[in-house]
Design a protein around this ligand. Structure first.
Ligand code: UDP
Length: 250
């Protein structure tokens, strides 16, 4: 541990290239995805990603509320990202804040670029993301969950949309920032990439990286999202494999 003023700053990367949680720079945290976790939503998915726990529920296409948001040529995607009061160690004040509004907006825009919204004019596709436990990377876990939930709802999409954050911590680029790296690292770049086409549909950046580092970070993002994509597809395969018995049990 080094120290800056009163704050203890952990050593984010050992000389051997090992991170605070034992991972290598290009390793993801463990990810578990369950498609169709909720009974009453049209589509749903539950994601555990490291210590993050996120539930996504999808409704629609259905009537637009409020009415004035209706669009004649396409569906609107309305997304509500929410962090539960108990999701973080210092109780989060419940309700809408600027951060959750921003995250809701960027997730809705990213999803709009993969959903065939033109097929459902004058409707709304409502996406709810509830963060039950947060530990850095909740927007990526939330977007990943939302995308699986949309597929579970049978909403036509170009492709699933996996997301991951790449960052800079301890002077190196690292895949999938943990909480210490998010707090004390040099940069955080959450991104979402359409797997088949490689199209980047969400990129945010906090902190600083050089142009070369940005190019390398995007490459790491492509590799990382491919791994997340495999988990998403497996979750949907498991869902369909178990669907008949699950229905029977209800
Ligand atoms: N966080 C928190 N309280 C808040 C907002 C965030 O404790 O009100 C924590 C939480 O663990 C979150 C992390 O800070 O995952 C990083 O937040 P950021 O805004 O970078 O979004 P995220 O990485 O979750 O997408």
């Amino acid at each position: 541990m080094g120290s800056v003023g009163a704050k203890e700053v952990p050593v984010l990367l050992s000389p051997e290239g090992v991170r605070t949680d034992g991972r290598r720079v290009d390793e993801l945290r463990p990810i578990r995805i369950e498609a169709g976790a909720l009974k009453h939503a049209d589509g749903s998915a539950y994601v555990e990603w490291g210590a993050n726990k996120v539930m996504a529920a999808v409704y629609g296409p259905r009537e637009v509320h409020p009415r004035h948001l209706q669009q004649n040529t396409k569906a609107v995607i309305q997304c509500k990202y929410n962090m539960a009061a108990f999701s973080v160690d210092e109780r989060k004040r419940p309700g809408l804040d600027r951060r959750s509004q921003e995250i809701s907006k960027v997730i809705a825009e990213a999803l709009e670029s993969v959903v065939f919204v033109e097929e459902f004019p004058r409707t709304s596709i409502d996406v709810y993301i509830e963060v039950l436990q947060a530990n850095a990377g909740t927007r990526c876990a939330g977007l990943t969950a939302a995308s699986v939930a949309l597929a579970d709802a049978g909403i036509p999409m170009v492709d699933l949309l996996p997301a991951v954050a790449v960052g800079k911590a301890g002077g190196a680029l690292v895949l999938d920032l943990n909480k210490a790296e998010d707090n004390f690292g040099e940069a955080d770049l959450p991104m979402a990439i359409v797997p088949q086409s490689g199209r980047l549909v969400l990129l945010q950046m906090e902190g600083h990286v050089t142009q070369e580092e940005l190019a390398r970070a995007l490459e790491m993002g492509v590799q990382g999202t491919r791994q997340v994509y495999d988990k998403m597809r497996q979750a949907l395969r498991d869902r369909y494999a178990s669907a008949p018995s699950a229905e029977a049990a209800q």
